[in-house]
Design a protein around this ligand. Structure first.
Ligand SMILES: Nc1ncnc2c1ncn2[C@@H]1O[C@H](COP(=O)(O)OP(=O)(O)OP(=O)(O)O)[C@@H](O)[C@H]1O
Length: 366
């Protein structure tokens, strides 16, 4: 159910537990529906960090409600986005923290901008990692927000030292110890995630490239940690790094190392895809990662996530398209937006439920 969500004043609809095609002309509200499903799950949009944009013009708040079936149990989710902030309810009980809410419903969004995952900035890849781990680990979301809070305080303190408004460094040392611990926890989880992601993505990539390409993924930390380190060792490595760059950080007035500076590298047949990959190889890599996530989430929680394919089918060639549709066939609840299904000749779409969108109205096509 949507209320005052972007161009939807009021919408109540039941989707099918298979493929749902959302069909409509440009600017009618197809992406808005996909976005609302994503926001219901993640409590934030994939395309804006400004929640106010989600509220219908001239309205005070937006509401999204939905009911899902997971492990044979129904769960109801509600998110109210007001100008002052947002409130989330699970089975009608308000959740104190969003980290307790996120993860009740799992989604994977695949939109044209995701094809940019390989080529885009490191920030895009960090966001990808954080959003995906966050869905399966509330602890990770909690650690991440703790890390950000400590870093903010630390940056403030570093600025004071830089501007010589402060000379005592005791507080900096306390914050550095706290930051090292939070950083180590995040990296520990990220390294595990990358290892799992690679395990699932490798055979998928090989399948799409007809056995010609081998994909590998490498985490590129800004501090020299390795997957062989245990948590205590990782904390020590961070503390050592911060001790070494202390003067430089004071000079610059900001934190210069940590998970917020890390990146991901992708290799195809041992060559860096970002630098040497063709556009096709970069697309295959992005697609393999998204498909790998479906299996990864299934392996972690025992349920398939909901797949949101926003305007992406038309961006893929026939071979990649049918690989994608074959993968989801019959097992993953999927939402596909498109302006036309012409030219996509696949059984999965023939069996889909089709909904028509017209200026903020969505209805099941008979
Ligand atoms: N906060 C808002 N309040 C009211 N309408 C909004 C709001 N934000 C966006 N819109 C409207 O929503 C419409 C865009 O919807 P959406 O992005 O879902 O289009 P789409 O059907 O996916 O189109 P395309 O095929 O071009 O991607 C536009 O008409 C826009 O003016």
């Amino acid at each position: 159910m949507l209320k005052n969500y972007r161009n939807y004043e009021e919408l109540s609809i039941q989707f099918e537990n298979k493929v749902n095609v959302i069909l409509g002309e440009n600017a009618q509200g197809k992406t808005n529906v996909m976005e609302s499903i994503y926001v219901l799950a993640m409590a934030k949009s994939h395309r804006t960090s400004n929640d106010k944009e989600l509220i219908r013009w001239d309205k005070e708040y937006a509401k999204i409600e939905g009911s899902i079936k997971k492990h044979n149990r129904s769960t109801s989710l509600q998110l109210v986005i007001a100008k002052k902030g947002k409130k989330a309810k699970l089975n009608f009980i308000e959740q104190e923290r969003l980290s307790q809410y996120i993860g009740a419903m799992n989604v994977i969004m695949f939109a044209p901008e995701d094809l940019n995952l390989v080529k885009g900035s490191p920030q895009v890849r960090r966001r990808f990692i954080d959003m995906e781990i966050g869905q399966v680990s509330a602890v990770y979301l909690h650690d991440l927000s703790r890390y950000q809070k400590i870093m903010q305080q630390r940056n403030h303190y570093l600025k004071m030292l830089q501007m010589k408004k402060q000379s005592d460094k005791t507080m900096l040392d306390v914050l550095t110890a706290q930051l090292s611990e939070a950083a180590a926890k995040i990296i520990h989880r990220r390294l595990h995630f990358i290892e799992e992601l690679q395990k699932w993505a490798k055979p998928i990539h090989s399948g799409i490239s007809r056995g010609l390409e081998t994909l590998s993924i490498k985490y590129k930390p800004s501090v020299d940690v390795s997957e062989d380190h245990d948590l205590t060792k990782m904390i020590e490595v961070y503390e050592e790094k911060f001790a070494n760059i202390k003067d430089k950080e004071i000079e610059r007035g900001t934190t210069l190392a940590g998970p917020h500076r890390d990146d991901l590298l992708f290799y195809v047949n041992n060559h860096d895809v970002q630098t040497y990959g063709s556009q096709g190889q970069q697309r295959t890599t992005a697609l393999s990662l998204k498909l790998a996530e479906i299996d990864l989430i299934h392996s972690e929680i025992g349920e398939y996530p909901i797949l949101l394919l926003d305007d992406v089918l038309s961006e893929l060639d026939d071979y990649r398209q049918s690989h994608l549709l074959n993968t989801i066939q019959g097992k993953v609840q999927t939402f596909v937006t498109t302006t036309s299904v012409e030219g996509i000749d696949h059984q999965t779409l023939k069996e889909a439920a089709t909904f028509n969108v017209d200026a903020g109205h969505l209805s099941l096509s008979k």
